[in-house]
Design a protein around this ligand. Structure first.
Ligand code: PEP
Ligand code: MG
Length: 563
């Protein structure tokens, strides 16, 4: 905790930018969990299981009803949560526990624990889904006891919502007129809370830890989602002014219209990152000029078997269809590490982030990759895509020239435009050798930062290292851009760095041709680029490259570009 003249400031990981000033409220507590179960007499066990079934059905129906009132991804999250309450495997485990003599509430706790352990062992994104499981457990237990459903408090004015971790169902139905910012003790930048907060455009900070646990309800707090800070005891007038300034800026940003260019007309292609057809359709409603990163592995996180080429083509077609007249960059499966895909990742590894992930999977299983490339080519052909609506394909985790050459060969056999992600430092260092084999590259700053700084991107403790403003990372980007110019290879950036308006200017100054980010970040980046000349972007790039640290780079660029 930092003690400041105006009060106390606590730092977490900011995941959605924005400034809010309002009293704090805490989410309604979860029900007490039973520690052990007394025996239910044999003749009452069927009735006990029926009691559970009724409670679970009621909870599922309530979630369905909320889903019918929501839209888009929020509705999908609620439907998915209702689906978990109906999950046969989970219900069967509860049944087995009740048949063994446990009362329904304890049977639910122990069945959920079993699934939580399984998800935690799977790690990464799966581990983040344990919040969903604990959420349905608590809802069903409250229903069994006739208690009100745990969840959002009712408030009588704008409030900042604090929670240990928010359930997806609660995040999905947050009323943004009532809740003006979100702060969670747990969670990571890829957790459901973060994803939905981004969709709602609600300032959000995750992983703040237990430092604010004693914060009294109704205490006014100043939340800065881009800095990741919560200030207590901040001057009310100054805070209100900051909120008003931010809102005025946000309104101006919303007016921005593409295509993206600097004030003096230097064009930068601004593209969207998507994970399915729905996200692509949402992106098509923004000023995005196409898709710069389609993360295909996210379509298959819960698939147990590899979909057929036709089934895959159907999925890819939905994304291509959203951008019938523009470029779509499809990434081949980046399975592994924090995104395990059951049919692609076979072996347990000690160090999955440094293991067989991304393109490396195809070394021992080339057919998995060629089937995916066949499916991408099939989807593209079905829609008659051509040079006016090109389908580009890139491989994740390319580390050597040989890998790049091999992947490009497989793409060209299928008339696909071939590229590679530059996200392993070796690829940036060898860009002069790798690029001649490719049609384009796209820099993945999330992994490039993780591997350059030797710091796990999922670790809340190492967030100070996994910061794309690290000058070491920017130097590798500079080298990649220089080689892109020398070899005539288009260079894009599709990591989270592209979503940060100031960093987007630095990247433009370094010479990147395209930026790809979450749909909600498009207007902010476009508006910032429109406000500065290319020469200022270049000056910002020089300042960031010569800084000693990430905070120093950020500050220097803020000084050059203005707040
Ligand atoms: C990256 O590493 O920057 C990237 C865009 O890929 P992902 O975040 O999916 O690993
Ligand atoms: Mg990556």
């Amino acid at each position: 905790m930092e003690q400041q003249s105006q009060g106390t400031t606590v730092k977490g990981t900011g995941v959605v930018a924005g400034i809010a000033y309002a009293p704090a409220v805490w989410i309604r507590p979860r029900p007490e969990l039973p520690q052990s179960g007394q025996n239910i007499a044999e003749e009452n066990r069927d009735a006990e299981f029926e009691r559970f079934t009724n409670a679970a059905d009621t909870v599922a129906a309530r979630l369905d009803e909320r889903a019918s009132r929501a839209e888009g991804p929020a509705a999908e999250v609620l439907t998915a949560t209702a689906g978990m309450v109906r999950d046969r495997g989970w219900r069967k485990t509860v049944r087995r526990n009740v048949k063994g003599g446990h009362p329904a509430d304890f049977a639910v706790v122990s069945a959920t624990d079993k699934f939580v352990t399984m998800f935690e062992q799977a790690g990464g994104i799966m581990a983040e889904r344990t919040t969903d499981l604990k959420d349905i457990r608590d809802r069903v237990i409250a229903e069994l006891r006739g208690e009100p459903e745990p969840g959002l408090p009712s408030v009588d004015g704008p409030s900042v919502l604090f929670a240990d971790d928010l359930s997806p169902a609660d995040t999905a139905t947050l009323d943004t007129d009532q809740f003006v910012a979100l702060v969670t003790e747990l969670g990571g930048p890829t957790s459901h809370t973060a994803i939905i907060a981004r969709q709602l455009n609600l300032p959000c900070i995750v992983a703040i830890g237990a430092k604010l646990r004693d914060l009294p309800a109704d205490e006014p707090v100043l939340v800065d989602g881009s800095m990741g800070t919560v200030a207590i005891g901040a001057d009310p007038e100054e805070s209100q002014r900051m909120v008003a300034d931010y809102q005025a800026k946000a309104e101006k940003v919303a007016q921005w219209r593409g295509p993206a260019q600097t004030k003096d007309g230097h064009r930068v292609q601004l593209l969207a990152n998507v994970q399915d057809g729905n996200a692509a359709r949402l992106a098509a409603d923004t000023e995005a000029e196409g898709v710069g990163l389609f993360r295909t592995e996210l379509c298959f996180l819960s698939a147990t078997e590899e979909p057929s080429v036709e089934e895959q083509a159907d999925i890819y077609e939905k994304v291509l269809r959203a951008f019938p007249h523009s470029k779509v960059v499809v990434r081949s499966l980046d399975a592994g590490s924090d995104k395990p895909v059951a049919f692609a990742n076979m072996k347990e590894e000690e160090n999955p982030a440094l293991g067989v992930r991304g393109l490396r999977i195809a070394r021992d299983n080339e057919a998995l990759l060629t089937r995916q490339l066949d499916a991408i080519a099939m989807a593209s052909e079905r829609l008659g895509r051509d040079e006016h609506a090109p389908t580009w394909v890139m491989a994740p985790m390319v580390a050597t020239t040989r890998e790049a050459k091999w992947f490009a060969g497989l793409c060209r056999e299928r008339n696909l435009i071939a590229g590679a992600m530059i996200e392993v430092p070796a690829a940036a260092l060898m860009a002069d050798k790798i690029m001649p084999h490719l049609d384009f590259v796209s820099i993945g700053t999330n992994d490039l930062t993780q591997y350059t700084m030797a710091a796990d991107r999922m670790s809340p403790q190492l967030a100070y290292l996994t910061d794309p403003w690290q000058p070491a990372v920017l130097r590798l980007i500079q080298q990649t851009c220089n080689e892109g110019k020398a070899t005539g290879t288009p260079v894009g950036v599709c990591g989270e760095a592209a979503a940060d308006p100031h960093l987007a200017c630095v990247l433009t100054g370094l010479g990147v041709d395209s930026l790809s980010c979450a749909s909600t970040a498009i207007a902010g980046v476009g508006a910032q680029l429109a406000a500065v000349d290319l020469i200022l972007c270049q000056k910002a790039a020089v300042a960031a490259l010569s800084a000693e640290s990430a905070p120093e780079a950020r500050e220097a660029v803020r000084g050059i570009l203005g707040a």
